[in-house]
Design a protein around this ligand. Structure first.
Ligand code: GLU
Length: 322
């Protein structure tokens, strides 16, 4: 087997916060320990939600934490570009292939019904009910009639086979056939769906190991269905339990999102953030300050917690200098 390749794939729709900084740290440690390559990919495919200044700030915050990458938007690499908005031709190529295989159909359901489903990467729970397949079996005539009033989105028709895979952290996973319903691969406004873009990119970039937050566990069966339909080999997956704040919500949520910018502004040193995140991830015995590079020998997927991790108020205050 060739070299391991991992990645961190932030969406620049906001600033880096403790939750995604921790995902970046753990994914980086995994690759550095394996002697693999670490790729940074900017997932700005949803242009209206993304901002270039956030993309830049994410890179700065990651550098501040002591992380580096072998390939990325700023340093280039053999699979450039590393910014999704510059990779549209690849996604269109994949859509053409799916179309040829008879796996796409236009969907004319209203935008309001679909807004949440379109490209949300964060699990079925945040997407509302599964798509009921309304437009899957429209006749050509019905399609023409609807097309006169509305530009369609494109949906991927799931097969009737269940999906199963072995997650390196979450363990064996199984999704019922059609779980979540046929999903959007291209929105009516032309924006490519997250599921398609991430699969096309991970495959094209030769990613062997996808390590990301457990909020994307639900997305994985759908991504596996795309790998299969596109004749691509899927990577290994490791979904790490999320950090939860004192109010019981995910640290990523606006209310509790402790941003790296805020932490930096408070004068907290990067070693303190890295040490705390490593400790919360089971990779250090104490929250002592540590440099990311010092943690490399201690990385072990088996040490990662299996359940969600609570971060208490004093710890958040400590990091945010409050
Ligand atoms: N861009 C996605 C996010 O920021 C992550 C994609 C992935 O790791 O597969 O949530």
């Amino acid at each position: 087997m060739g070299r391991k390749r991992g990645r961190f794939a932030p969406t620049p729709s906001g600033q880096l916060h403790l939750g995604n900084a921790r995902t970046a740290l753990v994914a980086w440690l995994q690759m550095r320990q394996a002697g693999g390559e670490f790729v940074l990919r900017m997932e700005d495919i949803d242009k209206p939600r993304s901002r270039p200044e956030w993309a830049e700030q994410i890179l700065n915050d990651l550098r501040w934490l002591g992380l580096d990458w072998d390939e990325g938007p700023d340093v280039g690499g053999p699979y450039a570009p590393y910014t999704q908005s510059e990779r549209e031709a690849l996604y269109e190529g994949a859509l053409a292939r799916l179309e040829q295989e008879g796996r796409l159909y236009p969907c004319y359901c209203s935008r309001a019904e679909l807004a949440a489903v379109a490209s949300a990467p964060h699990g079925l729970a945040s997407e509302g009910p599964a798509y009921p397949g309304t437009c899957r079996s429209l006749t050509l005539e019905e399609r023409q009639e609807r097309a006169a009033h509305k530009h369609p989105s494109l949906r991927f028709a799931l097969s009737d086979r269940p999906a199963s895979f072995n997650d390196l952290v979450a363990g064996p996973q199984r999704a019922e056939p059609g779980a979540g319903g046929d999903f959007v691969v291209k929105r009516a406004d032309g924006i490519i769906g997250y599921q398609l873009a991430v699969v096309v990119d991970d495959a094209a970039m030769g990613i062997t190991d996808v390590l990301r937050g457990a909020d994307l566990l639900d997305s994985t069966p759908r991504q596996l269905a795309l790998y299969e339909a596109l004749g691509l080999t899927p990577p290994r997956f490791a979904h790490i339990p999320l950090l939860y704040g004192p109010d019981g919500g995910r640290l990523a949520k606006r209310s509790q999102a402790v941003t790296l910018a805020g932490i930096r502004a408070a004068g907290t040193p990067p070693e303190q953030v890295v040490g705390t995140l490593a400790w919360l991830s089971g990779l250090a015995d104490t929250p002592e300050p540590a440099r990311a590079a010092e943690l490399v020998p201690h990385f072990d997927l088996a040490r990662l917690p299996r359940g969600q991790v609570a971060v208490d108020e004093p710890l958040l205050r400590l990091l945010a200098g409050g």
